[in-house]
Design a protein around this ligand. Structure first.
Ligand code: XLS
Ligand code: NI
Ligand code: NI
Length: 440
């Protein structure tokens, strides 16, 4: 197949003065920031499902974007055309990674999973052939255990032992494909793992079955040489009323409860954070301080809407705070997957590129600003000094765990009244952040 995105050139860094819409203003792959190239700080990935499959269809209307790439959809020829389009797209943007669900790659055969698996073998051979000699690789893969009607009562949480076996079969296959494609991770997103009503649900039974499926996945993955990280992608709701992997704190506790925390980390999606009533930074921070920040689904929601709109990230304030957490984490095992889709009326090939340029540039800008924030040091110094009362005297004893409740009580009684804990200085700190973002 010839060139697909014919009128679109390779996207190059031109700097912030550039008015060329097909250029990066901030993403300069080889620029070194805090000792590492931008391209290493920002392992961007393309989500197969949004970029190559989604046409803009929604509950109210048909698709607006033609993603046939000149071939009839629902065929293996079309599956291959998507590979061609995807690779050309990634090359033009300088993106090295892709993420996929099994059924994003091929048309699923609803009558026989063996046929689906044969198609997966064929298409992954084709991907390997087409990416040979390039540095394009899989970031992570996952089994779609939410679209097929068999998963209506859940996958790991299903009431049907037969359906549970199909979940296992899909996971096994995708783990094999992840190894074949050199993937850095395997994701569990539990879209149907939850409930619509507690009236018909045995929560403990379901959660234990999910954990068991994850344990078997780890065992099998390690046995076939998968050295990457397993990820849970928390999301509180949608499609279910309640999903068990509600947020990072809940998911981390679940992993620890079941002894899975050595093999798993979090894949934090910005829009899922806000659905849970948290900021993106909150979810990243909770994961990081627990040693569980592994990967990111880079998108954003709309604060006015209560569902997963999966918009391309565009808010530099959010990406700065996100990149701050990622820098403090020492990077990611996974990467930054654009689990994002262009808006329905943004329906041309050009829009696919503008969307990624927006997302890549706003994360590059976030990286630059987060590094400035760290180098500036004022905010971090404030936080350090805020806890200075623990550096000596009774505070030091508390930190060293060398005191008792009675000793602390005696201390308080003797003091009669504590001195002021000191101002939180929120507005001052917010103005520093504004200066760094907009004042230079
Ligand atoms: C859906 C999720 C999904 C996962 C992969 O809301 O974000 O796309 O990233 O299954
Ligand atoms: Ni996601
Ligand atoms: Ni999502």
């Amino acid at each position: 197949m010839g060139e697909i995105f014919k009128n679109i050139p390779e996207i190059k860094f031109e700097g912030k003065e550039s008015k060329n819409p097909f250029s990066f203003r901030y993403y300069d792959a080889d620029r070194v920031i805090m000792g590492k190239k931008m391209s290493e700080h920002l392992p961007f990935a393309m989500a197969w499902w949004h970029n190559l499959s989604a046409t803009g269809a929604d509950m109210f209307g048909a698709g607006t974007t033609d993603k046939s790439f000149g071939v009839k959809p629902g065929t293996m020829e079309h599956a291959k055309a998507k590979v061609d389009a995807g690779i050309e797209f990634m090359k033009k943007l300088g993106i090295k990674y892709y993420c996929f669900h099994d059924v994003d790659l091929i048309p699923e055969c609803s009558e026989d999973i063996n046929v689906t698996n044969e198609r997966l073998d064929e298409i992954t051979d084709y991907i390997l052939e087409k990416t040979k000699g390039t540095d394009i690789k899989c970031l992570w893969a996952t089994a779609n255990m939410f679209s097929n009607p068999r998963f209506m009562n859940g996958a790991g949480s299903t009431n049907s032992a037969e359906v549970y076996c199909f979940a296992a079969a899909q996971i096994k296959k995708v783990l094999e494909l992840t190894v074949k494609l050199g993937g850095r991770g395997y994701v569990f997103w539990g879209g149907r793992e939850g409930y619509e009503t507690l009236l018909n649900t045995d929560v403990k039974f379901e959660q234990e079955n999910i954990a068991n499926l994850m344990k078997m996945a780890v065992e099998y993955g390690r046995s076939i040489g998968f050295k990457g990280t397993f990820f849970i992608e928390p999301k509180p709701k949608e499609p279910m009323k309640h999903q068990y992997d509600f947020d990072a704190a809940t998911s981390i506790a679940f992993l620890k409860e079941h002894g899975l925390d050595k093999d798993f980390k979090m894949n934090i999606e910005a829009n899922h954070a806000t659905l849970a009533g948290h900021t993106f930074q909150h979810e990243l921070r909770i994961s990081r301080v627990n040693g569980m920040l592994g990967s990111v689904d880079a998108n954003t929601g709309d604060p006015m809407l209560g569902w997963d709109t999966d918009e391309f990230p565009h808010n530099a304030y959010d990406t700065t705070l996100a990149m701050y957490e990622i820098l403090k984490n020492g990077g990611l095992d996974g990467g930054l997957n654009f689990d994002s889709k262009s808006r329905r009326p943004s329906n041309t090939y050009e829009d696919m590129f503008y969307s990624f340029i927006l997302g890549m540039d706003v994360f590059a800008l976030g990286l630059i600003k987060a590094a400035e924030l760290i180098e500036d040091g004022r905010i971090e110094k404030f936080v350090e000094e805020k806890y200075a009362s623990y550096n000596e005297g009774i505070g030091k004893k508390i930190l060293e765990r060398s005191t008792t409740l009675s000793e602390l009580s005696d201390y308080a009684l003797k003091l009669k009244k504590p001195s002021s804990p000191g101002s939180g200085r929120q507005e001052y700190l917010q103005s520093i952040l504004n200066d760094i973002l907009f004042g230079r």
